[in-house]
Design a binder for this molecule. Structure first.
Ligand code: NAP
Length: 356
């Protein structure tokens, strides 16, 4: 098989690339905007990786992902499978334009390129949070005008519709991970976003507080719902499923890659407090932010983009994924509290010490 991937220099794409190298003998093309970063990545992989991987310089915000006419001609009818993973994983309203250029425009260009190359199969990595403000996640498209929390979710909802509109040209399928965290064996995570952005914000807050006062009695409240859950999935589980998808994904199908028994926010915050050695954090429910102290308002301001995910539980159906992995070595996810704590500890063990 010949496979083309976008997003291979990122957290999930890097893991998938590694997986495909180790478990298959496929020929791999990686479309990247930063050649030097890609060269470093390839050099860090197993011996002989450079013989199996060809780096293509491109940019998904450009028509045909920025590939030259010559490259397009060379690759036409040669690529069997296109994994479109690249995206901007930020939730801020101020980034709406960029989010749409990268996530929606990027998907449009990836589909246009795949179609021109006459690719047989196209796998799109979306997010389980296209569920938006609903609480029950299904393995089907949500309405294009679904009620969502932020432009990231909106860009992904619209991209999913676009991907399935190409169903008459190639075998398209959509994979939707929930919040991706480190490897379940090593804890390793090359990410600054989602849970990692949240943990970093708490780390920065702790350092600021401890610089100003040595009072370890004061409690700082994080607005959220204690009993609601945060749906975390290890990056190796997601990569294993995506690798399997090359053989087993069905055309037109949507697969939620989610955690069937997610931890509560209370448990998650307790684990982060343990790892951070900062016991002065507590979740508070249904409170007007104005009634909090200035420090608490600052803290909640730093993590406000995560509020939508901390204040409610989502339940995701992952029947299609369960069916996909049936009869394979991939086990349906059952992540223990110890594994979660190990993944969280791993972040704080290796984080940059000098953040201000
Ligand atoms: N992380 C999560 O918790 C999570 C959860 C659910 C779904 N997802 C989805 O999973 C996918 C991968 O996420 P991730 O966490 O691995 O993100 P990531 O670490 O930020 O990686 C994003 C990748 O996209 C590439 N990229 C961004 N803009 C590009 C452009 N204009 N042209 C070419 N490449 C571009 C980046 O290249 P550079 O290395 O050059 O920046 C990088 O390789 C995304 O589609 C995301 O929406 C992620």
């Amino acid at each position: 098989m010949t496979i083309l991937l976008t997003g291979s220099t990122g957290f999930l794409g890097g893991k998938l690339l590694n997986n495909l190298l180790a478990t298959t003998d496929h020929t791999l093309f990686v479309l990247v905007r930063d050649i030097e970063k890609a060269k470093r990545l390839v050099a860090s992989l197993s011996e002989g990786a450079d013989e199996r991987i060809t780096i293509l310089h491109g940019d998904i915000t450009q028509p045909f992902c920025g590939l030259t006419k010559e490259t397009i001609q060379e690759l036409t009818e040669k690529v069997d499978l296109f994994y479109h993973i690249a995206a901007l994983v930020k939730f801020d309203e101020e980034l709406r334009e960029e989010l749409f250029a990268v996530n929606y425009g990027g998907t449009e260009h990836a589909l246009e390129l795949a179609s021109t190359l006459q690719v047989k199969q196209f796998i799109y990595v979306s997010t389980a949070y296209t569920v938006g403000k609903r609480t029950h996640g299904v393995e089907a498209l949500y309405p294009i005008d679904a009620d969502i929390h932020n432009p990231y979710e909106e860009s992904k909802v619209k991209s999913e519709h676009l991907v399935l509109s190409y169903a008459d040209q190639m075998a398209v399928s959509i994979f939707r991970p929930s919040i991706i965290v480190g490897d379940s064996e090593t804890g390793e995570a090359d990410s600054e976003f989602t849970l990692y952005g949240f943990m970093r914000a708490l780390d920065v807050f702790k350092r600021r507080v401890l610089r100003k006062t040595d009072n370890v009695e004061t409690i700082y409240h994080v607005i959220g719902s204690k009993d609601s859950t945060s749906n975390l999935v290890p990056v190796n589980y997601v990569a294993d499923i995506l690798a399997l998808a090359a053989k087993k994904a069905e055309a037109g199908m949507i697969y939620n890659i989610t955690n069937p028994s997610p931890a509560t926010n209370y448990d998650l915050l307790t684990m982060i407090k343990n790892a951070l050695d900062f016991n002065q954090l507590e979740i508070i429910e249904d409170v007007d932010v104005q009634t909090l102290t200035t420090e608490e308002q600052r803290l909640n301001g730093m993590i406000s983009i995560f509020n939508a995910y901390l204040s409610r539980s989502f339940h995701f159906d992952d029947s299609n994924t369960q069916q996909l992995i049936e009869g394979t070595t991939i086990k349906h996810l059952a992540m223990s509290q110890q594994t979660m704590q190990m993944i969280i500890n791993a972040y704080f063990d290796v984080r940059v010490e000098d953040i201000t």
